[in-house]
Write a protein that binds this ligand. Structure first.
Ligand code: AMP
Ligand code: GLY
Length: 424
């Protein structure tokens, strides 16, 4: 079958790498892709906000299945348009994507259906006084979140009342996140370790992929500002078999039923960000897509036909035995541009990419081809990912960092402690 992957990041490179292994694949198109996906399929230069152009491309190239990487086109209804034209889509409808696109909807859904999460209250710009009153009676720290999409940056942890007031003003009066921040969620601060769970689902039944842990902060020891994610590893040992059963029953299964009950059946990857609190696992957030960089270290741990899993899910009848965990472990270290997540320079040549690495795959993210050289073209540049056949994160970490030390570009930065929490 002909397949199209939508997106240009490390996640989409990893999805393409896995899909390219399927015996069912005829042609793979990546819209728009990156220099890394070029060797796996054909990159197609269409802007992913152009739904009709994507539809026309798929029709004229007999694309049977579209796999949507990022959240924005999902929230904007790309799946709905393609499905209305008889193309199979792995990715939720715009209504179901609200689970990520509208945090106030997600929080109210969890409250209504008894899915464990931090206690919260939602406020609109017109309710500023009520938000201040709520802060008056809060125990700090509290977490203030833009309800709409904010590229992973719309979450502020406020240590005291003054910071709370300032943050509410930033969102409501100074338009810090534009419209996305005109509705906010103020919630209880949760303490604990986090994990990312990917449930691949046809809307009713689901399979959970090996759990991963992301590293959101820019600096070693979880210091500095939040980023899109500076590295990840899988499987995350904090998610024991016993805890996984609780997550499946009390969170994933309940959420899928809740969405269906609300007329928002979810087909795709339901990403559940969890916090392991003293009271058990609680939901930090839901995303309507695979995580980045978690995907880069989760997919190499799957044996079987991943394309078959996605296609059967998209068709409404998931074939869960298409894949299984291969018993290995994987560490992905993100090499970023100095300055990220704030201002950074780009256009530097990346050296060392053609070295021969043992059990390491280099996923491209912010890269570009220029005169036959690969140059930096974004904040997160590469996902340097090791995978080994046994479950030993110490060795997987070592292999990933051996590779990091053989790759160079001007201003390269990466964290040195990816996977340490699991190793220690
Ligand atoms: P989100 O975009 O909702 O995943 O939030 C980004 C990050 O902020 C999470 O991965 C957590 O590290 C942190 N965070 C969000 N909500 C809370 C919370 N209620 N308590 C503590 N940390 C949180
Ligand atoms: N790594 C976090 C995310 O994909 O949202």
């Amino acid at each position: 079958m002909n397949v199209a992957v939508i997106g240009a990041g490390g996640r989409e490179h990893a999805l393409s790498y896995k899909i390219a292994q399927s015996p069912q694949l005829d042609s793979l198109y990546i819209i728009p892709g990156n220099p890394g996906t070029e060797s796996l399929g054909k990159n197609i230069a269409i802007d992913i906000s152009q739904k009709n152009e994507i539809l026309n491309f798929c029709k004229s190239n007999n694309v049977k299945l579209v796999i949507v990487g990022p959240e924005q086109p999902l929230v904007d209804g790309l799946s709905d348009l393609l499905r209305a034209n008889d193309i199979f889509v792995f990715g939720p409808s715009s209504k179901a994507a609200e689970i990520e696109g509208d945090k106030s909807f997600a929080k109210n859904l969890m409250k209504k259906y008894g899915i464990p999460t931090a206690s919260f209250e939602v406020f609109k710009k017109s309710d500023k006084k009520a938000a201040f009153d709520y802060l008056h009676s809060s125990i700090f720290p509290v977490v203030i979140k833009a309800s709409g999409l904010a590229a992973g940056k719309g979450v502020i942890i406020c240590k005291n009342f003054d910071e709370g007031i300032k943050t509410v003003d930033d969102f409501f009066e100074h338009n810090r996140f534009g419209e996305s921040g005109h509705t906010i969620v103020i919630e209880e601060f949760m303490e604990g370790e986090e994990a990312s769970i990917f449930a691949v689902t046809d809307g009713e039944d689901f399979i959970i992929l090996p759990p991963a842990q992301d590293h959101k902060r820019i600096g070693d020891g979880d210091t500095g500002p939040n980023t899109g994610g500076m590295g990840a590893y899988a499987p995350a040992p904090i998610v024991t078999t016993k805890i996984l059963t609780i997550i499946e029953e009390k969170i994933i299964s309940k959420t899928l039923d809740a969405l269906q009950n609300e007329g928002k059946k979810f087909i795709g990857c339901l990403y559940c960000g969890l916090m392991f609190t003293d009271e058990g696992p609680k939901v930090v957030e839901f995303n309507c897509r695979f995580g980045d960089p978690e995907t880069q270290c989760v997919l190499p741990l799957l044996e079987g036909d991943f394309l078959k899993l996605l296609f059967s899910s998209a068709g409404g009848s998931i074939e869960k035995d298409s894949i299984h965990y291969n018993g290995g472990s994987s560490v992905c270290v993100v090499a970023a541009s100095q300055g990220y997540p704030n201002k950074y320079e780009k256009g530097f040549e990346i050296k060392g990419l053609d070295s021969v690495f043992d059990n390491v795959y280099i996923f491209h993210a912010g890269t570009k081809k220029k005169e036959n050289k690969i140059i930096t073209n974004g904040g997160r540049v590469l996902g340097i990912t090791s995978f080994i056949s046994n479950n030993n994160l110490t060795i997987a970490k070592q292999k990933a960092y051996d590779a990091c030390n053989r790759i160079y570009f001007n201003g390269i930065i990466f964290r040195n402690d990816i996977a340490d929490r699991a190793i220690k």
